[in-house]
Design a protein around this ligand. Structure first.
Ligand SMILES: Nc1nc2c(ncn2[C@@H]2O[C@H](COP(=O)(O)OP(=O)(O)OP(=O)(O)O)[C@@H](O)[C@H]2O)c(=O)[nH]1
Ligand SMILES: [Mg+2]
Length: 201
């Protein structure tokens, strides 16, 4: 649950980037870090990596300024996508307010996306949270690979696989070149703040 200080009008929101291994979660945070360098007072923290694989998590805190009259502090986390790190994923999800699910648009990753989304649902359930209720945005990443003639899943196919029942906002993106990375972040922050506002009414 978000940390809210009504007196100081401060709110701290935890957003977790979830998804299959190598899908582009860390790359999203790296892009955000580059873009908002001036607002981020601390370094982005990548806790334990092996090559470019996340072994524990990435952490990026930053201040959004005022939203709905509150000073909003955002904490972004990524989970390690590799199947074997399930316990860590569950730990990172503790107290989550909103989730960005980073799916991999590469055709060969179709199954991995679906397995990871199911894993998100199961892990949220251990905290008695429903994937149908938590603020959630789907990001279909790596669409730049289209230009390299790498077979990609169509938007329709991704929607059918992942968003058929959820019906949450979804966006095609390229974390590598930054396309829709900030838009994804803005979307999840808006959804999360709206949900929190309802909760504290
Ligand atoms: N072409 C392309 N490559 C990308 C994109 N996003 C990420 N990558 C590459 O995919 C690889 C994996 O990206 P990461 O951001 O480390 O993936 P991750 O989801 O954090 O992976 P884990 O930490 O193992 O869960 C890296 O080589 C990235 O450069 C993208 O939008 N387009
Ligand atoms: Mg990573």
């Amino acid at each position: 649950m978000a940390f809210v200080n009504l007196k100081k009008k401060e709110v701290q929101v935890k957003i977790v980037y979830y998804g299959p291994g190598r899908g582009g979660k860390t790359t999203n945070l790296e892009y955000i870090y580059k873009t908002y360098n001036d607002r981020i007072k601390t370094e982005m923290i990548a806790i334990k990596t092996q090559g470019d694989r996340t072994l524990f998590f990435d952490f990026l805190p930053f201040e959004m300024g005022k939203i709905m009259d509150y000073d909003v502090k955002i904490q972004l986390y990524t989970v390690p996508g590799q199947v074997k790190y399930d316990a860590t994923r569950r730990l990172v999800l503790r107290g989550v307010d909103g989730v960005v699910f980073v799916a991999d648009s590469m055709a060969v990753r179709r199954k991995n996306n679906m397995i990871s989304l199911k894993n998100l649902q199961d892990n949220l359930a251990t905290y008695k949270k429903s994937i149908y209720k938590i603020p959630l945005v789907l990001q279909y990443n790596k669409i730049d690979l289209f230009e390299k003639n790498i077979p990609l899943l169509s938007r329709e196919s991704l929607e059918k696989d992942l968003n058929g029942r959820l019906k949450v906002p979804s966006m095609e993106a390229s974390a590598l070149n930054g396309k829709n990375v900030v838009q994804t972040l803005k979307k999840i922050i808006t959804l999360t703040m709206t949900a929190l506002k309802k909760e504290f009414k």
